[in-house]
Write a protein that binds this ligand. Structure first.
Ligand code: NAI
Length: 246
């Protein structure tokens, strides 16, 4: 399905990014995996991908740094000759109620989640526009749509990602580049570990499908939007949340 395509996935060392890497790799894509710090986790992932016959290279860096984002796209083009898919997955949370939220906690979440996506889209688009093809999938969140107490910074960043997705979709459509977002609900990863332990039952009662999501649930939606099956889909936000936000 993605045979011979080059996919860049940010924040791929664990959680949803890792599941996306495995899913796109199994569909035949050659992978460029960005990560910020955990060398051991990334090396382990690359080794297991290679055992399955999947080509993958790693690029260490911070997506909120424009030069790092540029380097990531350059590695993709130089290693595999094209850049077909960008999955903007890297993200952080720094949850606090607004009156306790430090300015730096607001700024850092916006910088990684929103500006990081901007940096990556910008540098990827330069290559994709020349190719006249590309698929960009941004990781939003249902809280970017519904809001969530304690996540003013995070929900603002994800609402921003949704707006950015729609604007980029309009700008890049003429060059045959689609831009969509996936909005996961509560997915069991390191990001939500503490939250889940404290409030799992209460959270599940608000999910019509009656369970938390798995990283693999999100990876399936990304794989669809990154594939030719979604050629006529752009500017959309696909919720993967068990029906939590409708
Ligand atoms: P995670 O915390 O398990 O993984 C995040 C990944 O992003 C890590 O590999 C981390 O190293 C990387 N990262 C963080 N900052 C970075 C930076 N500046 N530059 C490069 N890489 C960086 O998180 P999880 O749960 O896998 O989340 C992935 C994405 O999905 C995030 O954008 C998150 O906001 C989003 N999401 C997650 C939900 C959940 O319930 N887990 C729900 C909705 C959205």
């Amino acid at each position: 399905m993605l045979k011979g395509k080059t996919a860049v996935i940010t924040g791929a060392s664990r959680g949803i990014g890792k599941a996306v890497a495995v899913r796109l790799g199994k569909a035949g894509a050659n992978l460029v995996l960005s990560y910020r710090s955990n060398d051991a986790a990334m090396d382990e992932l690359i080794e297991s991908l290679e055992k399955d016959g999947i080509k993958a290279v790693k690029v260490k860096g911070d997506v909120s740094n424009s030069d790092d984002a540029k380097e990531l796209m350059k590695v993709a083009k130089e290693t595999y000759g094209s850049l077909d898919i960008l999955v903007n997955n890297a993200g952080i949370t720094k949850d606090k109620l607004i009156i306790q939220m430090k300015e730096e906690d607001f700024d850092s979440v916006i910088r990684v989640n929103l500006k990081g996506s901007y940096n990556c889209i910008k540098h990827a688009a330069k290559i994709m526009m020349k190719q006249r093809s590309g698929k960009i999938v941004n990781m939003a969140s249902v809280v970017g749509v519904s809001g969530n107490a304690g996540q003013i910074n995070y929900s603002a960043s994800k609402a921003g990602v949704i707006g950015m997705t729609k604007s980029a979709a309009r700008e890049l459509a003429g060059r045959n580049i689609t831009v969509n977002a996936v909005a996961p609900g509560f997915i069991e990863t390191d990001m939500t570990k503490d939250l889940v332990e404290k409030a799992k039952d209460g959270m599940i009662s608000g999910i019509p499908l009656g369970r938390l999501g798995l990283p693999e649930d999100v990876a399936e939606a990304v794989a669809f939007l990154a594939s030719d099956s979604a050629d006529y889909v752009t500017g959309q936000v696909l919720h993967v949340d068990g029906g939590m936000v409708m």
